[in-house]
Ligand binder design. Structure first.
Ligand SMILES: *Cc1c(COP(=O)(O)O)cnc(C)c1O
Length: 380
């Protein structure tokens, strides 16, 4: 029934079985840089690869500053703290996201507030954000207050799902009008553009992830980017135990975090970043092949990059007509050595977040029952 899909994917991946959903690809200077980092003895959070990775990364995403940290979740945590998120605040995000987005909000003792996604971008809906602001909020002393819960809505964290950009210009405008800080969760979207600007350059601060399954990897790692010098300095300070610079004294001026990216991970990052353009070309070519394949199928829709966007196509996705069809597809493909996965369970249904405020989630529900990610790794 789905045999032709299985044959198609096996052929794409040269009959190497099983086919993973995504796998890291090390074909550049990774080994040379790692060896160099080891021989320098600077393997922890001080070393020239960290600085180099930050500089080259900032340049790549058209941002002025980049601060390298241990993972994307830590990056989100610090970005939220620096946006002023406090205990009892609410932070807008989408129900269809990876749990890390909401966990980082919880680390600040704040609550996620869920607003639906759009079916074409798979990310936070600008239209639904606008109706939330209009229906449920009032302005008090230049702060946005949720009329129902009475809490301050301090920040908004849209997520660029699978690398497809949200309508970030509209979202940025709405946030500005309502005095809500914008932080982009661009963990999945390195190399994606909206209206010719790299994603992550619209928010006050934005974050990226270099976990093993992301488009480039440092083993584990994350990045905070911003164009604001003061915020960049604070981010570096907070992520390095808030240690004051001094030739010998150990002095710290606030409760900091040990979140700095180690040099050994950054060495991997520099080598990976050098190959990013070639990864993106390969991923976009793969997406085109899937697009052509699924164009012939009436009952399966292939997710394409939204209008005004260039996507990195980090993870390719298809939509089946209903949950039964989805499960049938998952069973068949996984039984034949092709790894496919449903999308995340909606975060506003998880036990720790089900009591948080949900403004809308119809599209997220629709997608969570029908969406499947299909193999998307870069290969030879
Ligand atoms: C991967 C990911 C993160 C967090 O990244 P880690 O590096 O694994 O901590 C956050 N948000 C989204 C949407 C992600 O996909």
């Amino acid at each position: 029934m789905y045999e032709d899909f299985v044959e198609f994917v096996k052929d794409l991946y040269k009959f190497k079985s099983p086919v993973a959903l995504h796998a890291p690809y090390f074909n550049g200077k990774e080994k040379a840089y790692l060896l160099d980092a080891i021989e320098s003895t600077f393997v922890s959070s001080v070393g020239h690869y960290v600085n180099r990775f930050e500089k080259e990364f900032a340049n790549y995403v058209d941002s002025t500053y980049a601060v390298a940290v241990v993972n994307g979740t830590a990056a989100l945590h610090i970005a939220l703290l620096l946006a002023g998120v406090q205990a009892q605040d609410e932070v807008i995000t989408q129900p269809l996201t990876f749990v890390a987005t909401c966990n980082a909000i919880s680390y600040c003792q704040a609550y996620p507030l869920f607003i639906d996604v759009d079916l074409n971008t798979l990310g936070l809906s600008a239209a639904k954000l606008q109706s939330f602001f209009e229906q449920h909020t009032i302005q008090k002393n230049k702060a946005c207050v949720n009329k129902i819960t009475g809490n301050v809505v301090r920040a908004c964290v849209p997520m660029h799902t699978f690398g497809h950009p949200v309508e970030i210009d509209l979202i940025a405008k709405l946030c500005q009008e309502h005095h809500v800080e914008l932080i982009e969760d661009a963990a999945e979207a390195l190399g994606s553009y909206y209206k010719h600007k790299h994603v992550g350059s619209y928010g006050k601060m934005s974050v990226f992830s270099f976990n093993g399954n992301k488009i480039i990897t440092t083993g584990g790692g994350g990045m905070i980017v911003t164009n604001n010098e003061v915020l960049a300095k604070k981010a570096k300070h907070l992520t390095t135990t808030a240690k004051l610079s001094h030739p010998w004294e150990y002095s710290h001026d606030e409760i900091g975090y040990n979140y700095r990216m180690p040099n050994i991970n950054a060495a991997l990052g520099v080598a990976q970043l050098e190959q990013l353009d070639s990864f993106i070309l390969k991923k976009r070519a793969l997406a085109k092949q899937y697009q052509d394949f699924f164009a012939k199928k009436d009952d399966i829709k292939f997710i394409m990059e939204p209008t005004n966007a260039i996507s990195n196509y980090w993870l390719n996705a298809i939509i089946l007509s209903n949950k039964e069809k989805r499960d049938e597809f998952l069973r068949f493909t996984n039984n034949t050595g092709i790894m496919t996965r449903p999308t995340w369970q909606l975060i506003n249904k998880l036990p720790m977040y089900k009591k948080c405020f949900t403004a809308s989630d119809d599209n997220a529900k629709y997608l969570s029952e029908r969406l499947i990610n299909i193999p998307s790794g870069v290969s030879e």
